[in-house]
Design a protein. Structure first.
Length: 167
């Protein structure tokens, strides 16, 4: 198992020194699912949420979240992101609990000395929070689930692909 890198010799938190690392292309993809009542998903699809176009706003929020990650996560480096892409997959068939959902996926890219896993995870989480905020008037029981890193590439540690695929 890898050692924790965010602690100094005294056991106190530190930002990892990446000054000696090579600039490489780095990508990360993360996901989260937002579960909701079927009526809520239908209102999103038909544009019947009073606050506006839910997925358009959530997409913008996710991109902004990725860009603001070092402002939210104390040990993250400010990174010049070259790309943030947010995708939504609607799950209109209710599951065993009667809920439908939207899976949010974010892929983030940069060329630099450190990875973008946290930016991808922040992007999907902020997008999910935005969906909740915009739809809470009609469905306060929404649930976030399956938030995870799906894959990453680049850097010294190489590629990671989540076992079991995308969900």
């Amino acid at each position: 198992m890898a050692e924790f890198t965010h602690f100094n010799e005294s056991g106190r938190a530190r930002m990892v020194d990446v000054s000696e690392k090579s600039d490489t292309l780095r990508t990360a993809t993360a996901q989260v699912r937002v579960l909701m009542q079927p009526e809520t998903l239908e209102k999103i699809r038909r544009g019947k949420i009073a606050k506006g176009d839910v997925l358009a706003v959530a997409q913008t929020a996710g991109i902004m979240g990725a860009k603001r990650t070092p402002d939210l996560i104390p040990m993250c480096h400010p990174i010049l992101l070259s790309s943030v892409n947010i995708d939504f997959k609607e799950e209109s068939q209710p599951d065993a609990s009667g809920l439908c959902g939207i899976t949010i996926m974010a892929t983030v890219k940069t060329t630099g000395p450190t990875g973008v896993e946290m930016e991808a995870l922040t992007a999907v989480t902020v997008a999910a929070l935005t969906i909740y905020d915009m739809c809470k008037a009609v469905d306060r029981a929404m649930v976030f689930t399956d938030a995870c890193l799906l894959e990453k590439a680049g850097g010294k540690s190489g590629a990671y692909i989540r076992q079991g695929g995308h969900g």
